[in-house]
Design a protein around this ligand. Sequence first.
Ligand SMILES: NC(=O)c1ccc[n+]([C@@H]2O[C@H](COP(=O)([O-])OP(=O)(O)OC[C@H]3O[C@@H](n4cnc5c(N)ncnc54)[C@H](O)[C@@H]3O)[C@@H](O)[C@H]2O)c1
Length: 350
Amino acid sequence: MGKKKAKLGFGVIGCGRIAPKHTESIMAIPEAELIAVCDLVPEKAEDFAHRYKAEAYLDYQELLKREDIDIVTIATPSGNHAELGIAAAQAGKHVMVEKPMAMTLNEADLLIKTCKECGVKLGVIHQNRFNKSIKVLRAALEAGRFGKLTHGQATVRWNRNQEYYAQAPWRGTKLQDGGVLMNQSIHNIDLLQWMLGPVDSVYGYTATALRKIEMEDVAGAVIRFKNGAIGLIEAAATIYPKNIEETLNIFGETGSVIIGGIAVNRVEVWEFPDSEAEKGQIFASQESDPPTIYGFGHREIIEDMIKAVKTDGTPAVSGEEGRKALEIILAIYKCQETGLPVKFPLNENF
Ligand SMILES: NC(=O)c1ccc[n+]([C@@H]2O[C@H](COP(=O)([O-])OP(=O)(O)OC[C@H]3O[C@@H](n4cnc5c(N)ncnc54)[C@H](O)[C@@H]3O)[C@@H](O)[C@H]2O)c1
């Protein structure tokens, strides 16, 4: 499927806030071609089709019939990611799904299973894994430079005001979005678990402190990882008066790294026994704050998917990888309901 084509055809479903990151990245990649876009709202579909020289669809099932589309990007509200992803896989399309890949583990597992059965690739959009800062951190971790890992923290201190939630009825709802953990903090939780995981157990609290929404606007959680390291999560959409930071801290016996900026884009602390000589270069090569918290990673994660399709490889953030942060967040939601810590894996109907 598409393996011998020079350019892979893309269809993007959902023409909302995040969609331009996809359409513009696809258009900038020589091996990709944007074929079609789809939105339930005709003006949105037509506007995107016009801006990005693609064909407009109002019904995603019609878009899926096109033989020239190899990869389908799903950028609709989170509550229908699994349904659309499954339909795309059954139509023989590779699937790139925005985060969260699904709202429940059952849905995520069904999406993963369907993609396997249909012989298509599944990639989940956690684009921050491709930030320069995160790539150097990951390389240091893989090289064992931290020694024994002790702890880490994922901090999201952002502001989402009531007008943000009023933009669309799905925002902040249990079935379609989740709260600050599931929507805004999932990227940083993914990074924390990528560095320190796998998870042994989780405990956390959530609250709806300031916004009039169904789910949480602030949360705190503790993770015990299987390697003994402790992880802390601070997630807030309530920060006055605007976004301050998305920061990832990783600490070990012989290493301390803090990656801050508005969206984990800048190395702020880089300490290893032999790090003096490289520090200047590490600090100098960092990305400045991106214009939006979406960051710069969409192009690279799409290129990674194209490579996986062309070489029959596995996308860097596969379905199994994307599921990990989802499991942590659902475990925190369970803690909030029961008041009890959650031992992994979450094997009930979640
Ligand atoms: N990776 C990131 O950094 C990032 C950033 C923002 C949003 N997201 C994710 O992207 C998704 C979309 O978020 P958004 O902010 O762009 O939302 P949005 O509400 O701005 O856009 C969603 C669009 O999908 C359309 N839509 C809904 N159901 C559809 C269907 N069945 N068929 C076709 N179109 C349909 C809506 O009409 C709307 O235009 C969410 O899952 C969100 O979590 C990811």
